[in-house]
Design a protein around this ligand. Sequence first.
Ligand SMILES: Nc1ncnc2c1ncn2[C@@H]1O[C@H](COP(=O)(O)OP(=O)(O)OP(=O)(O)O)[C@@H](O)[C@H]1O
Ligand SMILES: [Mg+2]
Length: 357
Amino acid sequence: MSKKPLILGIETSCDETAASIISENDRGNPIVLANIVSSQEDVHKQFGGVVPELAARSHIEKIDWIVKKAIDNSGIRINELDAIASTAGPGLIVCLSVGLSFGKALAASLNKPFIAVNHLEGHALSPMLNSKLNYPYLLLLISGGHSQYLGVKNLGKYKRLGTTIDDAIGEAFDKTAKLLGIEFPGGPQIEVLAKKGDPNKYNLPKPIFNKGGCNLSFAGLKTAILKISKEIKNDQEKFNLAASFQKTIIEILQKKTKIAFTEFERQIKPKEKKFVVAGGVAANKEIRGMLIKICKEENYEPIFPSIELCGDNAAMIAMVGLEKFKLKKFDELDYPAKPRWALDEDALFLKGAGVKL
Ligand SMILES: Nc1ncnc2c1ncn2[C@@H]1O[C@H](COP(=O)(O)OP(=O)(O)OP(=O)(O)O)[C@@H](O)[C@H]1O
Ligand SMILES: [Mg+2]
């Protein structure tokens, strides 16, 4: 029996320092041997958001022992690794540089291949760690910095069908939380508070709801929340606003996902209808519930990463590394950090005032 590949993944694109080791079982399914994630919540809490310089410093302080812990937990020896995969972008350049340099140096010292990974491709492939998934599939990527519908045709081959023209959904959750006085990172807390509120209390705007195909927009929603939040007098009103905000996001995603289904079928012509939802916001149970419901109605198979693999982690980076390793897609040691790195590099830039939809 041939030796199964052992891949180390390293992630430092924003405020999580993470390392993971994955391999494959005899059926060719990935297995996670170690998955260490160290969040910097405490570092950034007092500033209400991620401070790049502090984030980079924290990555530098932790990267050695996080990687060592991943190796120790996996029970393998470091020289048994077959390749090292690091996130090269998109993200904060001072943060990316830490994991990228560490990964390159380790690959060079062990004389093993180095693989540069697109963080968004990590999210896109994250469900492969717990479900069988073949190409093509429709992907809804909803994270802190991105909100996109993409046709995933193959490894590295993406067709963007729709994107946010301003804020990402995770960003809208985080900004709403901040306006409601919830400590950073507040996004996940909105889901908790929304349970205690009346979702029909506030009628919030749904920008580009009736135009723009499956493109998305959340900036107008944020402005409305800003106005209302100034008049909030008690906790119940706060819960009501959280619930109304979440309901509005769900209504927008419900309508836009149905349009994305049609576009996916028209542009990609898939044999099977599979819908993957990934990124930090995919952890939201109300959003999951609605998306599962419309998948049933439209005959799509819904596929989600496990909750702990929705947010940033290195297992998803190692997963891309494993797929590239099997195809011998290696990178040189001068591979640059890429703060901007779209999955579909041919898609038009659709952000800012004056965008024509
Ligand atoms: N239960 C939840 N409900 C809503 N939003 C959530 C929930 N859990 C996490 N999020 C949001 O997910 C985001 C974090 O996701 P992720 O770690 O994938 O983003 P990121 O890595 O910062 O951005 P990107 O992947 O686009 O570079 C945050 O904006 C956070 O508020
Ligand atoms: Mg992410």
